[in-house]
Write a protein that binds this ligand. Structure first.
Ligand SMILES: [Fe+2]
Ligand SMILES: [Fe+2]
Length: 176
């Protein structure tokens, strides 16, 4: 038997009626909401910087050798945009506001925007950015722990895809 305390039905029902304006954030929410929203916004910025970097690389990838890479750049750009959407939706659920001011995106982002000149430079920069995202998301997951299972699950799903992205870039880099 676990020693997790389960709240009785009447208390659950009673609590849910308080602060209804908080929407999905109930009294049982254990997280530091402001800090989690800040982390979500930093990650949202990271995702947008990655969308823009992959788009740039997609348009700039030239030559026969670049065809495979270009297809990956485009797919990754689309998936980073999906990650951004999931993070923005969660920020709103938690009562925060998604920060999408372009002037703040590169400042708040963990990963960097590097244009890159050659295909090799582009793929290398993408791999580095993925590795930064992987480390920061892993840390965020550890920080969240059991405090906010929904946000943690979102980060876990995104982390798994960033690891695939890093693997894709490493494979391409190998062939260059
Ligand atoms: Fe992403
Ligand atoms: Fe990625």
């Amino acid at each position: 038997m676990s020693d997790v305390h389960l709240t009785d039905i009447s208390t659950l029902r009673e609590r849910a009626r308080h602060n209804v304006e908080n929407g999905a954030v109930t009294e049982g929410y254990d997280g530091d909401r402001e800090e989690i929203i800040r982390l979500l916004n930093a990650s949202l910025a990271t995702e947008w910087v990655c969308v823009l970097r992959y788009k740039r690389h997609y348009y700039m990838a030239k030559g026969v050798k670049a065809q495979v890479a270009a297809a990956e750049f485009l797919e990754h750009a689309e998936q980073e945009a999906e990650h951004a959407d999931k993070l923005a939706e969660r920020i709103v659920q938690l009562g925060g506001e998604p920060e999408l001011n372009p002037d703040l995106l590169s400042k708040n982002s963990h990963a960097q925007y590097v244009a890159g000149n050659t295909l090799k430079e582009m793929v290398t920069e993408d791999l580095i950015a993925e590795r930064i995202a992987i480390d920061s998301y892993r840390e965020i997951i550890q920080y969240i722990g059991d405090k906010d299972p929904t946000t943690r699950r979102i980060f876990e799903e995104i982390l798994a895809q960033e690891e695939e992205h890093a693997d894709d870039m490493a494979d391409i880099l190998d062939g260059l």
